[in-house]
Design a protein. Structure first.
Length: 420
């Protein structure tokens, strides 16, 4: 294979358990987002726009949808003869088979893949962040600083800093001197974005040593970065100031979708110089009837609206029937809201059908059998994909609804449909 200056590796195998039913059947990077995208579209598009033509996508949990979606990488101009997009699941080796044990171990298990391209540098990315970044500018800083590793950092509000891995720098702001994992009293508010560029020869040695360490958790943040710091290697901080969101929770996923409507200048999907590409099915143009009301919403091909949509994100093939009202919500592909139903502040999974006269959202009821304080907050309702919700069902805020055959009293699910 031809030599590449930099190869990108996207860590896309996580379960995403904090998204609850939304990741019961799909990996988090394959979750629909923003009307016409999947979450993984963002790192893939950033690679394409940055001139990176060799990308490994490391999959593990529920990989079918993600593997099918990425395919040959054509929508992101990654279907190349020399390079391209590669799906990299765990595989059987002579000495046996291991699942990816953590982020560093996942890269370790693909050392041979990376070596095939003889890169000078390796870019490590997460598959579950919403942002636009020119990785080429980050690489230029890495080379100029003669760094062993460069880590993208973002200033976060001080009260949120304890939720992140924090990079403390010297007075220049460029040289990382300390890493703190979710510190109770952070010394800085420079949060790691989980985006790393390593000089490959350095990282390769670190991965081999880390794999031999029985006390290691085989994680970049907990093990590789601290190990490099302890050896006085040069770690450079790349300061990022654009829009970035880790959509690993129900609230952050809902927030990011709403930001498309409320922060268009920040997220800016209309920037022709930095497009976010996606793989979309061929559907007819969306249709809004003369009786419909649509305010501050976005939708894509195949949508049909006869009712009301306000401050709402509609994915392809969604239907809102006459008399139905959808507000402050995210409808994933194929959702149907029947006549007279009211949906307020909800995330509805693919192909779910909301029955006539249903009322979804509003004041939480801790006695409701679907109440889920652990994953749902701020009155957000989440419905699994492929559900048929009974007519006139009432689902209050902070509920997460999935198919539960054991539930009798309070059951709102009439049936389930197969979703491919």
């Amino acid at each position: 294979m031809p030599k590449k200056n930099m190869v990108a590796m996207i860590l896309a195998g996580g379960q995403g358990s904090r998204l609850g039913v939304l990741t019961n059947n799909v990996a988090k990077p394959a979750v629909p987002f923003g009307s016409r995208y999947r979450i993984i579209d963002f790192p893939l598009s950033n690679c394409s726009n940055s001139g990176i033509d060799t990308v490994g996508v490391l999959t593990q949990y529920q990989p079918l949808d993600l593997n099918t979606y990425v395919g040959t990488g054509h929508p992101w101009d990654l279907d190349r003869n020399n390079g391209g997009a590669f799906i990299l699941p765990p595989y059987q080796k002579i000495e046996g088979m291991d699942w990816y044990k953590n982020t560093a171990n996942a890269i370790y298990q693909n050392i041979n893949f990376i070596d095939n391209f003889m890169p000078n540098y390796v870019l490590i990315l997460s598959g579950d962040h919403i942002y636009k970044m020119n990785y080429d500018l980050m690489l230029k800083q890495h080379i100029e600083e003669k760094a062993d590793a460069t880590i993208a950092v973002l200033e976060v509000p001080w009260d949120e800093a304890p939720r992140f891995g924090i990079m403390n720098t010297d007075e220049s702001g460029r040289n990382i001197i300390e890493f703190e994992e979710k510190p109770a009293e952070p010394k800085s508010n420079l949060a790691s974005m989980g985006i790393y560029i390593f000089t490959w020869s350095v990282l390769r040695k670190e991965l081999l040593a880390d794999e031999e360490n029985p006390d290691s958790s085989h994680d970049f943040g907990k093990d590789i970065i601290p190990s490099m710091l302890s050896q006085d290697m040069k770690l450079s901080a790349y300061h990022f100031s654009g829009y970035w969101k880790d959509v690993g929770t129900i609230r952050s996923l809902w927030d990011a979708n709403m930001d498309i409507l409320d922060k268009q200048d920040e997220i800016n999907f209309r920037d022709s110089a930095w497009r976010i590409y996606s793989r979309n099915p061929v559907k007819p143009a969306h249709y809004i009837s003369s009786e419909a009301t649509v305010k501050n919403s976005c939708m894509t091909d195949g949508c049909v609206v006869y009712g009301e949509a306000e401050h709402t994100v509609l994915s392809h093939s969604c239907v809102i029937e006459e008399g139905a009202i959808v507000k402050d919500s995210v409808l994933m592909p194929g959702v149907k809201v029947r006549k007279g139903a009211i949906v307020d502040k909800a995330i509805i999974g693919m192909n779910t059908i909301i029955g006539e006269g249903c009322k979804i959202g509003g004041k939480p009821d801790p006695q409701n059998p679907y109440y889920n304080k652990k994953l749902c907050s701020d009155e957000i309702v989440v419905l699994d994909r492929g559900l048929i919700i009974k007519d006139n069902a009432v689902i209050p805020g902070n509920c997460m609804v999935e198919h539960r055959p054991d539930l009798t009293e309070g059951n709102v699910v009439e049936d389930v449909v197969q979703v491919w």
